[in-house]
Design a protein around this ligand. Structure first.
Ligand code: HEM
Length: 141
């Protein structure tokens, strides 16, 4: 598939992760989340998951075959910082999943300082990873 299309899907994944993370952060500012809003939180969590999978699959395809030579990426510190941050933010979001699943079962979530902090970290990390992606795309030659 053409690199432009793969990049567009990568950017679509970026947009999905960013918007879902922003809206989850907004929902979690409440003292208690229930009913329709809790349903939205669960749906946003799914959007985050699908978007992260899209990002990973397209990112991997660019590194392995479609964009610049693989060694160029593997020798770039900015690229490795991007990957480490992506893995750390994904792990942070994964630790919030059991809480959201449990809340969906009992019909209520009382957001803790921990879940709020993890999702703020996720939002900031997505922006930094995107910035590093732009940097890698434009400066590596
Ligand atoms: C939250 C996660 C991520 C976000 C938000 C993100 C976002 C971006 C953005 C905005 C660009 C710049 C595109 C352009 O200007 O042409 C980019 C480039 C790139 N991304 Fe990601 N990315 C993420 C994760 C990943 C992962 C996990 C990989 C690899 C497995 C990856 C591989 C790449 C590569 C190779 C490029 C540069 C392509 C080139 O040299 O033209 N990204 N990314």
């Amino acid at each position: 598939m053409d690199l432009t299309i793969i990049k567009l899907i990568h950017l679509l994944g970026f947009a999905g992760c960013l918007v879902a993370s922003f809206l989850k952060n907004r929902i979690l500012r409440a003292q208690s989340v229930e009913g329709r809003v809790l349903g939205q939180l669960v749906a946003l969590d799914k959007i985050s998951r699908v978007s992260a999978l899209l990002i990973f699959a397209t990112g991997f395809a660019m590194v392995a075959w479609l964009a610049k030579p693989t060694d160029l990426y593997l020798g770039s510190v900015s690229f490795w910082i991007k990957i480490c941050l992506f893995v750390t933010a994904s792990a942070a979001v994964l630790t919030t999943k059991p809480l959201i699943r449990e809340a969906a079962k009992i019909g209520q979530l009382k957001p803790t300082a921990r879940i709020r902090a993890l999702l703020v970290f996720d939002f900031v990390a997505i922006l930094v990873v995107a910035g590093l992606g732009r940097w890698v795309a434009t400066t590596l030659t």
